[in-house]
Design a protein around this ligand. Structure first.
Ligand SMILES: O=C(O)c1ccccc1NCC(=O)[C@H](O)[C@H](O)COP(=O)(O)O
Length: 265
């Protein structure tokens, strides 16, 4: 079984267990609460960096990255550094995160936050709304067309935007009008190989009406600039920041460097 299949199998069990503890009916109440959050896509459009700075403690490909990191400290640091948005991995089993990371990041900064999860069930979208996310991730490699449509429609109806992640050109067929952002993941989730050229190759194939996001493996200002020149507006970066004891300081340096390069260009 590859890692993606393992994660999805685990998610099925996790959702079942969670729904036993907190029934869907209870989560649905949040639909009526005014916990509106800033728009994820607007923040990227209006930001000079477009950086989506990620909070992740560990990953299946790298193991421990920053096991003791505290979301409530990192979040305001990312905001002051110049990130447009934040991504919080809420999976515990494989990434060492949890829902409290997202709520504490939400309370500690005003950045829009994407719930970075392996979403396969409506329950997880109601949860994303309840914990204060602005957007959710849907992954093309684990969903079919019907599921993508149903989950994206539900997300929009709850006021959440959708970032749809693809790895291969054929996954573009799954896109629908309830998706606001399309991301190309440079990490092959089955083999863990990272290839920035994956974004370059697929950039021209992306629908113009959706914001294009380059995800994973971005580790130098030159890569960022090349992706920007290829048309990407959002840049999802995790490990490059999180592997340092002060992720926000690295994010600030990165933002300053790319800003100076953008101005010169
Ligand atoms: O990061 C992993 O090892 C991983 C493995 C299997 C599924 C997903 C995985 N990562 C999730 C992500 O997409 C990244 O955290 C995100 O794009 C940031 O990537 P990076 O800048 O390389 O940390």
């Amino acid at each position: 079984m590859n890692i993606l299949d393992k994660i999805v199998a685990h998610k099925r069990k996790e959702v079942e267990e969670r729904a036993e503890r907190v029934p869907l009916k209870q989560l649905e109440y949040y639909r009526h609460y005014d916990i509106s959050r800033p728009s994820f896509s607007k923040a990227i459009r209006e930001s000079d960096t477009g950086i989506i700075a990620e909070f992740k403690r560990r990953s299946p490909s790298k193991g421990d990255i920053n096991p003791g990191a505290v979301a409530a400290k990192v979040a305001p640091g990312y905001e002051n550094a110049g990130a447009a948005c934040m991504s919080v991995l809420t999976d515990s089993e494989f990434f060492g995160g949890n829902n409290d990371d997202l709520t504490s990041a939400r309370d500690a900064c005003s950045l829009p936050i994407i719930r970075k999860e392996f979403i396969i069930d409506p329950y997880q979208i109601y949860e994303a709304r309840a914990i204060g996310a602005s957007a959710i991730l849907l992954i093309g490699a684990i969903l079919d067309r019907r599921q993508t449509l149903d989950l994206a429609t539900l997300a929009n109806s709850l006021g959440l935007e959708v970032l749809f992640e693809i790895h291969e050109e054929k996954e573009l067929d799954l896109l629908n009008s309830f998706i606001q952002l399309v991301g190309i993941n440079n990490r092959n989730l089955k083999t863990f190989e990272v290839d920035i050229d994956q974004s370059m190759r697929l950039a021209a194939r992306l629908p113009k009406e959706m914001l294009a996001v380059a995800e994973s493996g971005i580790s130098s200002p030159d890569e960022y600039i090349a992706l920007r020149e290829a048309g990407f507006k959002g840049f999802l970066m995790g490990e490059y920041f999180m592997k340092h004891s002060d992720p926000a300081a690295v994010c600030r340096d990165f933002c300053e460097t790319v800003r100076s390069k953008i101005t010169i260009a």
